[in-house]
Design a protein. Structure first.
Ligand code: SAM
Length: 278
């Protein structure tokens, strides 16, 4: 499938992206890690212009200050996300490609740097993860680098009841942290996956009224309502544990570093820097 189907909740998400925030979107620390890596490529006097690929259209990555001359492409399968988040028709801007990460339409060895934010979570199975990593390794130059922010579930699972109780007691910093903790608490241990529609269902079953939550915690109601994009969605999200993600990545890549950011839930949002195995 190269384009999103009509049940794809990303088309709905595209209309409300400005209300989505950390940890679902990368924070300063996460982007600083990518910037540092990119700067290293820029410093090599012998290096030709950087060829880089962003997986998705994450504005913080696509809009980063890439070294001049960088040939940047971004690939996402949802036309609405591309249209909303990368509306530019500027010929000098990044190349926009509508396509599936599981069938990347690029020649082997095409990129020095590939960056992605939360990509594993939106792929639906372990088999997809393995295929995805093999595809990324194929696309990279020998000295290339892959930088990926992951969403990983904790070693000891929380219960949805505990997460909802923490929300009601004011022990959670923002609605997106709540959404991710609830999603991870609902994961099936065997597959590491949760149906996106089930996240909405658990929220709905809690009986919490968005306007009342907004008033009691001072959170914008529009942020709380972002969860409506999950209602009836056909997609599944996967949240491997960090050791499971590392085991899959280890087939094609060597890990060079791991950044654990300091923001709330940062321990579940590591950024890995990886080199393809020769
Ligand atoms: C980069 S991911 C994660 C974004 C964000 N951190 C979050 O979870 O809310 C989101 C993007 O992935 C895209 N996407 C999901 N599965 C894809 C696939 N198989 N191929 C290409 N794009 C895909 C969606 O269309 C969406 O624009």
């Amino acid at each position: 499938m190269t384009v999103a189907n009509r049940h794809d909740h990303w088309a709905r998400h595209a209309t409300q992206w400005s209300n989505v925030g950390p940890p679902l979107r990368p924070g300063h620390e996460d982007i600083a890690a990518v910037r540092k890596l990119v700067a290293k490529f820029g410093r090599d006097p012998d290096s030709r212009s950087l060829r880089a690929l962003v997986l998705g259209v994450t504005p913080e990555l696509v809009g980063m200050d890439w070294p001049s001359g960088t040939r940047l492409a971004a690939i996402d399968r949802c036309p609405d996300m591309i249209g909303s988040l990368m509306p530019s028709t500027d010929r000098q801007g990044p190349g926009r490609v509508c396509g599936n990460w599981l069938q990347l339409p690029f020649a082997s060895g095409s990129f020095d740097l590939i960056a992605g934010d939360g990509c594993l979570t939106v792929l639906e199975s372990t088999a997809d993860h393995r295929h995805f990593f093999a595809e990324l390794a194929r696309l990279m130059t020998v000295n290339g680098r892959l930088v990926l922010r992951l969403f990983v579930r904790p070693t000891v699972a929380e219960t949805p009841e505990r997460v909802i109780a923490d929300l009601q007691a004011g022990r959670i910093g923002n609605f997106h942290v709540f959404k991710w903790r609830l999603a991870m608490a609902l994961v099936d241990e065997q597959s590491g996956a949760v149906a996106v529609a089930d996240i909405w269902q658990a929220w709905n079953d809690s009986g919490i009224v968005p306007s009342e939550l907004s008033e009691s915690l001072g959170w914008p109601q529009a942020q709380i309502e972002t969860i409506e994009a999950y209602r009836g969605a056909s997609a599944r999200y996967t949240f491997p544990r960090l050791d499971e993600a590392r085991a899959m990545l280890g087939v094609n890549f060597d890990e060079l570093s791991c950044l654990i950011p300091e923001y709330e839930l940062g321990d579940r949002c590591p950024t890995l820097l990886l080199a393809p195995q020769s």
